[in-house]
Write a protein of this length. Structure first.
Length: 262
C-alpha cells in the first residue's frame, strides 16, 4: 500500500483532524513501530506499520461517514473540553455517536449551523480554501449603514497577503435601530465576517450561519441537531470533488454557485 502522511491517516481513521494530529506529533503522543514521532510530514503504511496514539493501537477501518448538523447557540465553545468550565458544543451532541469533530468553528458569540463528522477527509476538503465551499450568514449590525460603509465591506480587507472579500452581500431588512444583511463567503478565516464589517466601521450585534455548502440550518431549533442523510453526505462530497482525479492532483475545483436560502 502507498504510504501516506501520518496526519492524513489519523484524520481518515476518524481519530482527529489533521491540525490536531500536528499538535499531537509535537507533544510526542504518536508512535510508529514503537518510535515516538516528533515532526510533521512523516509517511506511514497503514497495512504494515504499527501506529499508536497515547499507547492505543489505531487501525484504519471502513466506516460509514456520519455528518451531524447542529444549531449552535451563542455562548458555547467549539471545543471538546474547556479548562475554564464553559459550555461546549459537544455537550449538545447525542452520546451514542462515534467520535466526531467539528468542520470549522463558530466563535463564542456566534450561532447557527455547525457541522460535525467522523470523516477527516471530508472535513479537510470542506475547510480547504481551494474547494471554495460556500458559507452563508445572516448578520445584524448596529445602526443603519451608509452606502460608503457597505462599499467598504464589499471591498474587504487584507489577511496575510490575501484579500478577503464577500462572494455576495445583500440587504435583508431593518428595524428601528439596526439592519440585517446576508453575506456569503468562500473560505473560513479567523473572525472574517466580523472583520469584514469592521472594515466599514460597523458593529456586529448578531451573527448566524444559515448554510455551509449544501447543508442548511432549516428548521432546527437552537441547541438541536440532526444526522444528515446519506444523500446529503454525498452532495457534500460532490461539492468538494472528493474522489475525482483533479482533486487528488490538487487542482482547483470549479467555483460553486450560492447555496439556497432558508
Amino acid at each position: 500500500m502507498e504510504k501516506i502522511r501520518i496526519q492524513k491517516f489519523l484524520s481518515e481513521a476518524g481519530i482527529c483532524s489533521r491540525r490536531s494530529a500536528e499538535k499531537w506529533l509535537l507533544q510526542g503522543r504518536i508512535t510508529v513501530n514503537g518510535e515516538v514521532l516528533s515532526q510533521v510530514g512523516v509517511r506511514v503504511d497503514p497495512e504494515e506499520d504499527t501506529i499508536e496514539v497515547d499507547g492505543n493501537l489505531i487501525k484504519k477501518t471502513e466506516r460509514e461517514t456520519v455528518v451531524i448538523a447542529l444549531y449552535k447557540p451563542p455562548a458555547y465553545l467549539c471545543s471538546e473540553n474547556d479548562p475554564e468550565g464553559r459550555r461546549t458544543v459537544y455537550e449538545l451532541l447525542p452520546e451514542d455517536l462515534p467520535r466526531v469533530f467539528s468542520i470549522g468553528r463558530l466563535d463564542w458569540h456566534s450561532e447557527g449551523l455547525l457541522l460535525f463528522t467522523n470523516d477527516g477527509e471530508l472535513a479537510n476538503a470542506m475547510m480547504h480554501p481551494s474547494t471554495q465551499v460556500l458559507r452563508e450568514y445572516e448578520v445584524k449590525v448596529k445602526g443603519h449603514p451608509t452606502k460608503r460603509a457597505i462599499a467598504a465591506v464589499t471591498k474587504g480587507f487584507m489577511d496575510e497577503g490575501h484579500r478577503i472579500v464577500p462572494i455576495e452581500l445583500s440587504y435583508l431588512r431593518r428595524t428601528q435601530k439596526n439592519c440585517w444583511y446576508r453575506i456569503i463567503l468562500s473560505e473560513g478565516r479567523y473572525h472574517e465576517v466580523r472583520r469584514l464589517f469592521e472594515a466599514g466601521d460597523l458593529q456586529v450585534l448578531r451573527l448566524k450561519r444559515i448554510s455551509y455548502g449544501t447543508v442548511e440550518l432549516r428548521r432546527l431549533e437552537v441547541g438541536e441537531c440532526r444526522q444528515i442523510s446519506t444523500t446529503e453526505v454525498q452532495l457534500l462530497k460532490d461539492t468538494c470533488n472528493l474522489g475525482q482525479e483533479r482533486q487528488r492532483r490538487g487542482g482547483r475545483p470549479e467555483p460553486l454557485g450560492p447555496p439556497r436560502a432558508d
